[in-house]
Design a protein around this ligand. Structure first.
Ligand code: AMP
Length: 379
């Protein structure tokens, strides 16, 4: 089967690596001029002139990032099946639509206001800081990722609100109550064309400055009811969207154990890279099975696994691969500050063994922050 992927970055590369053994072949459509997938065939199309050529080469289309024009995806749907659908894409790329869907499906999410002027921003900040006695998080409604286009305000001081409006405003913003979470988690699920659904065990995600650094799964201290609750939330989203493929839901876990949805992504996700070495079927393979109309594979975890992102500088592969249970996934990119160059997955038989391996790797990776997990008790 010929798979077309919109976007040509590392997620596309890893999809293709998982799809080749299934007999799938890949064509990427890149509109940025900087493709890095470096596998299969890439059509660079900065002027939007190669869509027909792309469509002639593929049987089915998916995408590896959500900041795509919805109109483009709707147009492709007229000619070839697209999974996930343009409706899922439209909702996932707009925090306002996403929050409205969470609310409609009774999925708890931080209280929020949508604003589009300095005046309404000021009102929203005053309302939420007064009501919750907590800071607010302000985000752009579209196009923000990895913490970009975001600000945190501790109070409603006029000059600070005006400063945020200057910096990220002049467009629609969302103002959210700040959640004092004990940890950030994500659940990844996959739904087939036949409506079969499988869930991966939740991962705990450690972000620094809005960028994911570590994902740990399965969680050693996970209450099974919490996993079930998260599964219920993502199942509701999958059903409502008549979804096909992998969907990721990022959540905050509060002190009282309650989960709150932060955002979702209509694609394979960085917090699911651990599945390449720590589960029976990776998120990439399962996404492709869904997209190609094949039965899904088991999502059972095979061992405690920790994914460590390699950011900015790559470190020494010789030294990293000497660490027990280390699997390196490099994307073939040049080093640059803040750039995701690859990741590694560490697998072990026990959680304590795994934590020791993570510490070893952290020392070997330039600029890696210390790994912190909620289930590690401090001395
Ligand atoms: P996002 O782009 O929505 O994933 O936000 C990036 C990061 O900012 C999240 O991973 C959290 O660490 C933090 N964050 C976002 N929204 C909130 C919130 N309402 N309360 C507390 N922290 C947040």
């Amino acid at each position: 089967m010929r798979i077309g992927i919109l976007g040509a970055g590392q997620l596309g590369q890893m999809l293709a690596l998982a799809g080749y053994p299934l007999g799938q072949r890949f064509t990427f459509l890149d509109t940025t001029g900087n493709p890095s997938a470096d596998i299969g065939q890439t059509l660079v199309d900065k002027n939007n002139t190669r869509l027909t050529e792309f469509l002639n080469q593929v049987d089915v289309v998916s995408y590896e990032f959500e900041h795509l024009p919805v109109a483009l995806v709707s147009e492709i749907e007229q000619h070839k099946p697209v999974y996930p659908s343009s409706r899922a894409l439209q909702i996932c790329q707009n925090r306002g639509l996403e929050k409205a869907l969470f609310t409609q499906l009774a999925i708890p999410t931080p209280e929020y206001h949508l604003v589009n002027s300095l005046e309404t921003l000021q009102q929203a900040v005053t309302d939420l800081t007064t009501k919750h006695q907590k800071p607010v998080v302000i985000k752009t409604v579209t196009e923000g990722y990895d913490g970009k286009g975001q600000a945190v305000l501790k109070n409603d001081a006029k000059d600070e609100v005006a400063d945020v409006w200057q910096r990220i405003g002049n467009r629609e913003l969302i103002v959210e109550a700040f959640i004092d979470f004990v940890r950030e988690v994500s659940i990844i699920a996959v739904r087939s064309q036949a409506g079969e659904v499988r869930f991966y065990p939740m991962a705990e995600n450690h972000h620094v400055d809005g960028i994911l650094r570590y994902s740990f799964a399965p969680l050693p201290n996970l209450n099974p009811q919490l996993q079930e609750q998260a599964e219920g939330y993502i199942q509701a989203l999958l059903n409502e969207l008549d979804y096909v493929g992998v969907l990721t839901l990022e959540l905050f876990q509060q002190e009282n154990g309650q989960l709150m949805a932060n955002e979702m992504a209509p694609r394979v996700h960085n917090s699911g890279h651990w599945t390449q070495n720590g589960s029976v079927t990776s998120q990439f393979e399962n996404h492709l099975r869904a997209v190609a109309g094949l039965p899904l594979g088991s999502t059972t975890a095979t061992s405690p696994t920790c994914m460590v992102n390699i950011i900015g500088r790559a470190g020494d592969a010789q030294a990293l691969l000497k660490v027990k249970g280390c699997h390196l996934h490099l994307y073939g990119k040049e080093e640059r500050a803040g750039r995701k160059l690859g990741h590694l997955n560490l697998v072990a038989e026990t959680t304590s063994e795994l934590l020791a391996q993570v510490n070893q790797v952290t020392k070997l990776l330039p600029d890696a922050p210390a790994a912190k997990f909620s289930f590690v008790t401090k001395d």
